[in-house]
Design a protein around this ligand. Structure first.
Ligand code: DC
Length: 237
């Protein structure tokens, strides 16, 4: 009774939150949707990977949460576009995009992302990056934690064999050959960690649209997400 409205002002352009397990095709789809709409693409996983890279560079172990949190708090993250328009993460002013994509950093980023102090350093930065809308943000907790009020929430997934196939193809494209079993083991381990941790685990928001991408051409997935965004006021298309 008599309470003032607490509804925040609507963003002029929507936030599109894309979450899902490793190998579901989030990056490919999120980048393409951002390009189509002229939105900014933000890969939050890259930020956790960057903290893992800092940990390696500083000789900090995953069982040193205070030191990991301090590394995350003092780091400067910036997504810049290269000459070909591709988004690349700059960490403390240096382009680290290639360094954070190694299997070693991928493995390490999962336990690093479980550290409460790391998450509490990165989540406010992610919220600030998306506050004005006009962003496609991908990760594990975007629709449930970073932007629970996102105008568009998509949970992108694929069956395990399909995710293994895609991850192997991604690695092969970068000259890294791995057996089916190796990739299967890594994907299972990472998904189990990302989904079972106590803090902001990977889960689908109740109001998210789930897309199972097996057998779907990328363009079709991009069309589906773009049309959700247009319905939510993104314009373009
Ligand atoms: O999407 P990716 O593989 O680059 O993410 C690296 C790790 O970071 C992954 O193990 C899960 C974690 N992560 C997270 O906890 N929350 C996010 N929003 C994004 C990634």
């Amino acid at each position: 009774m008599g309470s003032t409205s607490k509804t925040p002002p609507r963003r002029a352009r929507p936030v599109i939150a894309i979450d899902g397990p490793a190998g579901a095709g989030k990056s490919t789809v999120a980048k393409a949707v951002a390009d189509r709409l002229g939105f900014i693409y933000i890969d939050t996983g890259a930020m956790y990977r960057a903290v893992a890279l800092l940990a390696v560079q500083h000789g900090t172990g995953i069982h040193e949460p205070e030191r990991l949190a301090a590394l995350a708090e003092s780091a400067r993250f910036e997504f810049r576009r290269d000459a070909r328009g591709r988004s690349r993460l700059h960490l403390n002013g240096a382009d680290v995009e290639d360094d954070i994509r190694t299997p070693e950093i991928g493995r390490l980023s999962s336990p690093v992302s479980e550290v409460a102090g790391v998450r509490s350093a990165l989540v406010p930065l992610q919220r600030a990056m998306g506050a004005g809308g006009g962003v496609v943000m991908e990760g594990r907790d975007i629709q449930t934690n970073v932007f629970p009020d996102a105008e568009v929430k998509v949970f992108l997934t694929a069956t395990e064999p399909e995710r293994v196939r895609r991850r192997r193809a991604d690695l092969a494209a970068r000259g890294i050959e791995k057996s089916l079993d190796e990739v299967l083991f890594e994907i299972r381990e990472r998904d189990a960690r990302d989904s079972s941790r106590s803090l902001n685990p990977l889960t689908k928001a109740d109001d998210a649209v789930e897309i199972l991408t097996d057998g779907m051409p990328v363009d079709e997935v991009v069309d589906a997400v773009t049309s959700l965004a247009v319905k939510a006021g993104a314009g373009g298309g």
